[in-house]
Design a protein around this ligand. Structure first.
Ligand SMILES: O=C(O)CCC(=O)C(=O)O
Length: 259
């Protein structure tokens, strides 16, 4: 999708996002754009990851680099990824179109499910991790490669952003420490939508939308994606709650030998 197509479809995107809690845009990044992102991602993993703080790099198996699972704050560590997020970038414009108001970039994450070791992403709402008032944010999930259900595609509960925050508890999953405790009520089951997709496809979801992904059972393929997070500019962040949560998590992961 070009920047001008994005501008032309702003209202439609906002209406759809309001109604379903997400939008799904095949080909948001064209093949050349996604190839450039993939090449820079490889460079980033090779050159930047070794210099990153251990609290921002998760491996399914810390002793096996092939099991790299998640990275945080890529935009802060590298100008290429910083430019993907900056004001007026396509992602920033999409975030603004979805929420219908001014946004601020917060994080760029890498999400992989290695074929060697892979765990499901538990059903959760991103807003649980964000500590925002109002809880208004959007995550854009960017497929770096084609993703089938066997590789662990993203699934949503359509319309779930309208019912507020569900109770979360420890999931035991590295990188997604919290999951919805009572997931599977009739509304969850009746409104599930799965999104197998092709490289360059972008899914943008509201901070209250329930989503999850299965483990990668493909046997030989990775499942690589980026997640770009924007908060509505007017949100207040409870910095002390965020910092306390992060400190607790880092200490738990450290004592369990995960980081
Ligand atoms: O990549 C995944 O498995 C899930 C990503 C996710 O939860 C998110 O983008 O908010």
């Amino acid at each position: 999708m070009t920047a001008s197509e994005l501008l032309q479809t702003r209202d439609q995107l906002h209406t759809e996002f309001d109604q379903d809690g997400y939008v799904s845009i095949p080909g948001f990044f064209d093949p050349d754009e996604i190839e450039a992102i993939r090449e820079n991602n490889e460079r980033y993993i090779r050159d930047i990851v070794p210099k990153m703080p251990e609290t921002e790099v998760y491996y399914d198996d810390k002793d096996d680099p092939d099991t790299l699972k998640q990275l945080q704050n890529m935009g802060k560590h590298d100008p290429f990824f910083g430019s993907l997020l900056e004001a007026d970038s396509k992602l920033s414009q999409l975030a603004e179109a979805c929420l219908g108001e001014a946004v601020e970039a917060r994080n760029l994450q890498y999400f992989n499910k290695s074929p060697k070791v892979s765990t499901p992403t538990p059903p959760h709402q991103d807003g649980y991790y964000f500590h925002l008032t109002p809880n208004l944010a959007v995550t854009m999930w960017i497929a770096l490669e084609d993703v089938t259900p066997e590789q662990g595609c993203v699934n949503y509960v359509r319309g779930s952003h309208r019912y507020g925050m569900r109770a979360h508890g420890k999931s035991g999953t590295l990188g997604f420490s919290q999951g919805i405790l009572d997931f599977g009520i009739p509304n969850d089951l009746e409104n599930q939508q799965s999104f197998p997709c092709q490289a360059g496809h972008v899914l943008a979801h509201h901070s209250f939308v329930i989503h999850w992904a299965d483990a990668n059972t493909s046997g030989d393929k990775s499942r690589q994606a980026l997640g770009a997070v924007y908060f509505a500019e007017r949100c207040e962040i409870d910095q002390s709650a965020r910092a306390a949560y992060q400190a607790r998590l880092d200490a738990e992961l450290k004592s369990a030998g995960k980081i």
